[in-house]
Ligand binder design. Sequence first.
Ligand code: AGP
Length: 611
Amino acid sequence: MCGIVGYAGRRPAAPLLLAGLQKLEYRGYDSAGIALLTPEGVRVVKTAGHDGVMAMEILAGQIDRLPAEATTGIGHTRWATHGRPTDNNAHPHLDTAGEFAVVHNGIIENYLPLRARLREAGCVFQSETDSETVVHLLAHYYRGDLAEALRRTLADISGSFALVGMCRHHPGQLVAARRNAPLIVGAGAEGDFFVASDIPAVLTETREVYVLEDGEMAVVSDGAVSFSDFAGTARAKTVMRVTWDAAAAEKGGYEHFMLKEIDEQPRALQDTLYGRVNRSGLVDLGIRAEFFAGVERVALVGCGTAYHAGLIGRELLEAWAQLPAETAIASEFRYRRPLLDEHTLVVLISQSGETADTLAALHEARKNGARVLVVTNVVGSTAAREADEVLFTWAGPEIAVASTKAYTTQLEVMVLLALYLATARGRLAAEYSAALLAELQALPAKITEILSRKEQLRRMAVPISRAGSAFFIGRGLDWAVALEGALKLKEISYIHAEAYAAGELKHGTLALVTADTPVLAVATQRALYDKTLSNVEEVKAREGRVLAVAASDNRELGDAADEVFWLPPVSDALAPLVTIVPLQLIAYYAAVLRGNHVDKPRNLAKTVTTE
Ligand code: AGP
């Protein structure tokens, strides 16, 4: 999740590139850079954020170091994946002679063998990134035709990419390509061209854009643009006129970041899984085995949504790895003097990696000699830096306060961690683990299918949006998902919502159920269908309205509930990863129907840095 902007035209490039990057900062912001073409070679400024000053701010202060007269250039704002957020790892990357420059979004999957090969050929690498291999390949294959060099480069790289390159010997030329990462070409006035990862980057300059498809290349040269496939066969493309306003465009045409982020979940899950299953079909966390040796118990700690992810992690760790595990709310953890020692693995879960309560728990764990594993979405965050080991969720920047894709990717990491430890401890049959990993790979498609049925969820949100209070019920893993569903509804719709273990409802809370109190039942756990069904019947007997999210084979619930959203087939253990999606959408639509500020709900902040 990084941002790209390129410009080739007659105007000074640097201010145009900077303005474009500033529009893309929401995509990633740990480092940023600009490179310009000059007759002597490529000139570049790039920086990570330092001492609390954002990278973009530093870049803006350095822009006057670049030649003001240069009219071709590329820029990038980065959200670190391969390689820490440092000045050297920031894009653009240059070849050894400083004649070529490239910016890249995505992941070059085979960068390690490529880097070894290029080093042998004499290339000098300046960064830890996968992206730098692309610019060295470009220089390596260059024989006077930049587009041809790119085609040969594309034949060598696997993975996902949106990339733009340029070369000292071709003033006014940009070459670009995409596979599984967005890229557009904006056609400005008088032969000005922009290449960007997102429309907002170009919107102040032009509304005429060409959207590249996967497998397409673009060459901007001499005030014209041409398109082809990777083999060089020309492609005709029609220009699209963008009618959204700038603010909407930052959200990629979505009304709210939250909805965009909900829709991004299939991709986020793919990215998080990527590279974590080895050739033998086993989980590879990229953490040395000794780190886990001698672990006798696990404490999963987090706040809000992250805590809810920990609840699922606990169940899976106990069930598969047969490791005693507890889940703790970070703000409670250190005050109750938890029993910690060197045999305890403390797993801190935090999207931002900056939550004060979670950091305090980290310090408590460290003080007591426990091993600290951090699960976070932000490379370079405090938690990531202070951890003994880190597992990143590759969800990309999450802007909406209500966490969605961070949660599902946290759940995926919980599954991977539990499978890894179960296998390492010899507690899980290899076939069972292989089947779960295969299913994990298939989940993005199942979520995509759920996302195609938003209309039903919007309808189900109507009675909820009119209620003053709602209950969520479920058993086992469904209860943990119900807690997260209720949190989503509370924080953005401002409707009082509480989640109960379904069997607990009759011990008091049932007194609150009336015809005006919707009850959302979650029912995916096969062994518990009948029990949950009885609890639904109890609600119906009090004239309560029951809306359900249920496994497709739980047909009896169809007769009992007022409306059911049926889930695609999924095993019990992985059900939470798909079950939460309809609940996120119900909360989203309820908030929209109530006219609330969905992305920035009242009284809340995305990152809570106070205890
Ligand atoms: C979730 O929708 C919330 N915004 C909130 O509960 C959040 O998960 C919590 O504050 C923890 O944040 P973190 O993951 O960045 O540590």
